[in-house]
Design a protein around this ligand. Structure first.
Ligand code: PHE
Length: 357
């Protein structure tokens, strides 16, 4: 019996099938195609060699080769389908991961819902305390003109007291005319103007919101922080009313064991003015790093409305008097939860944030 080019066909076919089964990526499959079913495959070489056979043998040999090719091509198509769907599943999985840890955490049990951040939660609690004391809550813009942030508050251009607020100026209009508000006090001006216009004095309001100062963040300061402003304009208001509100607030919010004290201070828009301090909650007054060993933490400032401010908004200072206060919401959160370093509030470390859910 003469040797036929197809003598080893069975073993060669098995080898091709094994090669196809071993492709484990679409890239390998594409690269391998010429060698298993294409022009450079043994099947194509055998096809050419059929010409050497005696004419009567060619038909059967051709049929054998066709059958071998059909098997290899079928295996190849099946492998391609498998690898394509695996690649698609992998791409979907990658997309899902791209949505972030939060989504992954929610997809896997146990389900955890988000919660308000500590500063937002503190702001709401503070609003609640003041609403309970008869105040309403108002809002003001974070981008202010120089007039609202400074001039109407009795802080003229180039006055040395401007140094109390390290200002971010917005590149808009004339230089240094538009600012990111350095405190919530400009909202006092908006409220008084509106009340004068609509004839709705008196005012008993608190105004929470974000403020900005060109400050280097440290244990007690952030460059973007939050204040809550208080404003009372009524008839016959005295400093005793102011001290009473501050004291009532401190007890309601921090508890009866935390003291408040007022220390003489200066603000251009209040006269007399005071700084409002509370016992440091981290050391209970002993002195620690957070309170710079003083035992006290300054929450903010306060005072009786300066006649110049009433005049700026057109309120008759003979009929009306009032007081204002403004203090840090972040500082309150820090004191309420005994957070040694305020920068933790903006670092977004979920291990920290989760403690306040
Ligand atoms: N606006 C002042 C500050 O940010 C605080 C303050 C508010 C003082 C109201 C007096 C009255 O420092």
């Amino acid at each position: 019996m003469t040797a036929s080019p197809l003598d080893n066909l069975s073993a060669q076919t098995d080898e091709l099938l094994a090669t196809v089964a071993a492709f484990d990526s679409l890239e390998q499959l594409v690269e391998g195609e010429p060698f298993v079913t294409g022009k450079r495959s043994i099947l194509s070489a055998l096809q050419k060699s059929l010409g050497q056979l005696a004419p009567e043998d060619r038909k059967d040999a051709g049929a054998l080769l066709q059958e071998a090719r059909r098997r290899v091509e079928a295996a190849f198509d099946e492998r391609r389908a498998t690898l394509t769907s695996a690649a698609r599943a992998q791409a979907l999985e990658a997309d899902r991961l791209d949505l972030g840890d939060v989504v992954v955490a929610q997809v896997r049990a146990p389900y955890t819902a988000g919660h308000p951040g500590i500063v937002a939660a503190t702001q709401r609690q503070l609003e609640d305390v003041f609403i309970g004391m008869g105040f309403t809550v108002a809002d003001g813009p974070e981008v202010e003109s120089d007039w609202y942030n400074f001039e109407a508050l009795n802080i003229p251009p180039a006055h040395p007291s401007r140094g109390m607020w390290d200002t971010f100026y917005v590149d808009l209009g004339e230089p240094e005319t538009v600012v990111l508000r350095t405190h919530t006090s400009p909202t006092q001006i908006h409220l008084m103007e509106a009340a004068v216009q609509s004839g709705t004095l008196p005012i008993h309001s608190v105004m929470p919101g974000r403020c900005y100062r060109r400050d280097t963040p440290d244990a007690r300061h952030l460059a973007a922080f939050h204040q809550i402003e208080g404003l009372v304009v009524d008839r016959g208001i005295t400093f005793a009313d102011l001290a009473g509100v501050i004291d009532t607030f401190t007890r309601a919010y921090f508890g009866a064991d935390i003291q408040s004290r007022l220390r003489p201070a200066f603000f251009p828009f209040t006269e007399p003015s005071a700084e409002f301090e509370i016992t440091c909650t981290l050391c209970r007054g002993e002195g620690c790093r957070t309170c710079s060993q003083t035992g006290w933490i300054e929450l903010g400032g306060c005072g009786m409305l300066d006649p110049a401010v009433l005049e700026a908004v057109g309120i008759d200072g003979d009929e009306w008097s009032g007081f204002a206060f403004g203090f840090g919401i972040d500082r309150c959160a820090q004191m309420r939860h005994q957070i040694a370093d305020m920068r933790a509030l903006i670092e977004n470390d979920v291990r920290f944030l989760r403690q306040f859910s």
